[in-house]
Write a protein that binds this ligand. Sequence first.
Ligand SMILES: C[S@@+](CC[C@H](N)C(=O)[O-])C[C@H]1O[C@@H](n2cnc3c(N)ncnc32)[C@H](O)[C@@H]1O
Length: 369
Amino acid sequence: MAYQNAPPAKTHYVLPQDDKEFNRLDLQHEMLKIGFNGLNVCNELVNSVLTNRMGEELQVLDLGSGSGSWAIEMARQYPYVKVHGLDLKPREHEETLPSNCDFEVWDINDGLDHHYRQFDFVHCRFTETGFKDHKRAMTEIERCLKPGGLLMFIIATIPVTEERNTPYMPYMSTQTDGSWLQRAIIAQRVGIRNMGSDPYTAAQEVDTGLWKHELIEPATCGAALFTFPVGPWATSSDPAEAERLRTLGELNKRNILIVHHHWRALFDHSKRSEKEWKILIENTERELHTDEHHLSIRVRALWGRRVNTESPPSPYHAPNDNKSSFTGFRLASFYDSEEEWLRLSEEYNSRLTPEMRALMTIPNYDPLE
Ligand SMILES: C[S@@+](CC[C@H](N)C(=O)[O-])C[C@H]1O[C@@H](n2cnc3c(N)ncnc32)[C@H](O)[C@@H]1O
């Protein structure tokens, strides 16, 4: 397969970029498809943006395409659309790619001016830890949209409790019934920062959504909170939903049992010892195998369409299952209102304890010696 522009990788991206990681991303991709009920967070919205209009060339850009699975499946689902994946690292695909799909090796931090105003849909999922400057990267990304084009931006943050908007208590030397997995995820944030990216700015930017972004039409903005259970503990009074939650929990657990080995560099950059690394790996695995804690990974999605003065894009009302008669764990909630999204973010931030904040920001805070 031909890759366009293959400069030598010069990156501060925090995870390894090898076959093991690409295979994990494929597993995670399968999980996300089940959680999103399709390839996208708002499948109907994407369908409407990618409606086949005679004579018009439709194009999709996938930023940080990783294993390429999302881009390839999008190309198959929309055979009349050209799908372009972009990543720091090429992946050699064993299968023949659909003729409407190609990939480019490029660093988003170097700017995207060669793609300005070309895309009907720009998708950026779990790529933000590779941004040196989050605000600048977002502006570059939004400039790639055609007028009326749709941006979908998705990030994952630290695990929350069953109630879905409270950060789960991490294991601390003063809090030994906390979660080891949560400790591992929170403590590596120092490493992410020391490797040249800023997870706080990214999280804070997502807190406010796309409503105030200059290039985005506020009436088309929305946001969603997904909580993917870790392990098969989440249930529902709807048998089909209970089965879906169980499957998601199992897949997520498998995903995390692989990815926690990939955090090694983040721990080294967080100034934590070899001894602590071993203790963390051992305890996180034990915790995952025993389903001791009911955690779920918080995934947030933001979307909006580029301003188009000639033909303003129509507002989109996200699905709302508030009226469902079933009870149990809720996987997804959607927000059309900026105020409600801000309130949700404020509530969550107010529940981060001083201990959690210290673990996130101070190198080697609460060392396990
Ligand atoms: C966690 S993976 C997610 C991959 C894919 N989006 C998915 O959801 O499966 C993040 C990907 O973003 C890529 N990436 C990170 N920073 C980047 C940058 N500055 N420019 C281009 N790609 C980047 C990484 O190489 C990696 O493949």
